[in-house]
Design a protein around this ligand. Sequence first.
Ligand code: TXA
Ligand code: MG
Length: 315
Amino acid sequence: MGKVGVDIDHAASIIANGGVVAFPTETVYGLGANALNPNAVAKVFALKERPSFDPLIVHIASVESINLLSSSNDPRVFQLAEKFWPGPLTIVVTKSTIVPGIVTSDLDTVGIRMPSHPIALELIKKSGCVIAAPSANKFGRVSPTRAEHVLKQLPDVDYILDSGKTTVGIESTVVTLDEEGFIILRHGAITHNHLAQVVKPSSARLPKKGLASPGLLKSHYSPSKPLFIASEASKLIDPAKTGYIAFGQKPQGDYKRVEYLSEKADLVEAAAHLFEKIHALEDSDVDYILIDPVPETGIGIAIMDRLRKATFRYR
Ligand code: TXA
Ligand code: MG
């Protein structure tokens, strides 16, 4: 049997038996293992070369699983779940004793998410497990939006469940709650304004205790080629060696390749194309990548967050 395929039963049995499967979600592909099996979760960290201080999100297929994973009975958790699940929101809550320390990096909290991708939901149900899954890339690199991106970075995974390109294109919003209200630990498609319709925002920018979120690392999502946010200065890089990822208008200059986040300057479309286009240029014959900045409203906040991190080591 091939490593990449569409056999959900096969994938579910690998998970149930302690193996590791890459699977599609609406945001990006995840690298999943039975969250309650520490040995299986250890394989995820090993494959990803992920440092043990960076906790994993546990993916569930029914809201009741919150009660398995969390000792919290904060009604706001259930209000957020009711409004935004299934969907691209991870809620960080106090964990129950059943969650192994390796999943949460020994924090007393756990991130939980119910994805909306039908194949992800079916995989969780068929495996009979709750599934711990980070994005299916090597640590610090660009997240995968296609099965091919996973295979390129993680050829040793047991199986890759292929469902083509993901729709949202960037990772879930990660949110936590303090006494006052919600705190965003990672920006995503569910924005501050969406969350504020259900729960009050906290005046704190970071939670008081515990590690904030490694999602707040300054450098992350780095492509294997130098990536720069386009500005007057960056445009001095030789266009003949450069791939340009444009938002809206065609760039001026004779660039070796031109890709579009969105020709009609639509932010949702841009998010869906972001990692996709970076992967494409990373795998192409260009030496440098330039990318247009986008307006920081709505999902544009999450896009610029990813871009600043992806370009950090080239600044
Ligand atoms: O869209 C997504 O969230 C994808 C798909 C596969 O679900 N997953 C994903 O996982 O992006 P990962 O591991 O690449 O990013 C998870 C983020 C990290 O920034 C991690 O630090 C944060 O969530 N996180 C997880 N558990 C946490 C916790 N208990 N406290 C604070 N941050 C946590
Ligand atoms: Mg990740």
